[in-house]
Design a protein around this ligand. Structure first.
Ligand code: BDR
Ligand code: CA
Length: 336
């Protein structure tokens, strides 16, 4: 990131017993992360990117209702992880927003929430703990501060911070997909889907004091995977690249109608901002969440006044090196 103030997630350790990646004889600690998602096509691709990265130690995947009902998003998470050959700790979270009814997005993700490629349904019983209990246990037990990567409505994190505020001091950063500063909304004229689904949870998160990296529509609409990138992924062959190519094909259809040349990879941006922050251009801003507006509920309102003393609470991603991002995703697909 060009202007991010706190990128303290990679710590160099000269030896030691932790598991990690060794570069030039130096052991690089992996970044412990929890991915909270609502798969969803782009959530699924975010999981592919995260599990392919040697920089991340994915402690758990937690799931919320969002793009589809919780029953469907949980089933989709299992299908995607199974296809990837991964079996992380997995927990179900909230089936509806903290104080509202759930809005889902079948127009974008289909009736299953993951229409397109046909994926086997694994026999997999998730962890009995709800998402916020599992997250609390993992965060408090972690030797290193944990990074949260939410790619759906922020309900599970809102509940976590409300029930267990002590976890906040052990969270390094939240890298989230949600909101928009200059780009307007995609679910209303003012609001982006993840935030409008649960604005109260988003408000809790943005007021939490935990460092936030916000990947909103400003950057995710630029992070498009073009047909030639999808072709490169398909050409890799194998289960995971073919799943990703199939997901992109389906995602194209909805976005083509809106006039996009490619498929915006919203959720993978939240992962990329942790593993490749250098490909983003960012600006620190103060963001408020509108929870009440008749026309503006779910808006992420940025204080753009240069003379204000409102303290920034988010590092907002505004631009991305699209070619580098596409390469990151293609390379990730090639690692399966
Ligand atoms: C967000 O909404 C969902 O449909 C996507 O999965 C993404 O998280 C984009 O607005
Ligand atoms: Ca999502």
């Amino acid at each position: 990131m060009t202007t991010c103030c706190t990128v303290s997630l990679i710590i160099i350790q000269a030896g030691g017993s932790i598991s990690g990646l060794t570069i030039f004889g130096v052991n690089m600690k992996k970044i412990p992360v929890i991915i909270d998602c609502d798969p969803g096509h782009d959530d699924a691709i975010a999981l592919v990117l995260a599990f392919a990265s040697e920089k991340l130690d994915v402690l758990a995947v937690t799931v919320a209702g969002g793009n589809q009902t919780l029953v469907k998003t949980l089933r989709n998470a299992k299908k995607v992880l199974y296809c990837m050959g991964k079996r992380p700790l997995l927990a179900a979270g909230a089936d509806k927003p903290m104080f509202r009814e759930l809005q889902i997005a079948p127009a974008v993700h289909g009736e299953s929430g993951l229409d397109g490629p046909s994926l086997p349904d694994p026999d997999w019983q998730e962890d009995p703990r709800p998402a916020w209990e599992l997250s609390r246990d993992l965060i408090m037990a972690s030797a290193e501060p944990v990074t949260l990567i939410p790619t759906g409505p922020l309900t599970n994190i809102g509940i976590l911070f409300t029930a267990y505020p002590e976890v906040k001091r052990k969270i390094a950063r939240i890298s989230l997909m949600g909101g928009s500063v200059m780009e307007g909304g995609n679910w209303s004229s003012a609001a982006e889907f993840n935030i409008i689904v649960d604005p109260e949870a988003a408000d809790i998160v943005f007021r939490s004091g935990v460092p936030i990296t916000m990947c909103g529509l400003d950057v995710t609409h630029k992070a498009q995977i073009l047909p030639e990138d999808a072709g490169a992924i398909r050409a890799l062959g194998g289960k995971v690249p073919l799943m990703v190519a199939g997901l992109i094909d389906f995602f194209y259809k909805y976005h083509a109608v809106q006039g996009f040349a490619g498929a915006p990879m919203h959720d993978p941006c939240a992962v990329a901002a942790v593993i490749a922050p250098e490909i983003f251009t960012t600006k620190d801003m103060h963001i408020d969440i509108e929870t009440k507006g008749e026309h503006t509920a779910g808006m992420t309102l940025a204080d753009l006044r240069f003379w204000t003393d409102a303290k920034p609470n988010a590092t907002v991603c505004l631009d991305i090196d699209r070619a580098a991002f596409a390469r990151l995703l293609i390379d990730a697909c090639g690692k399966y």
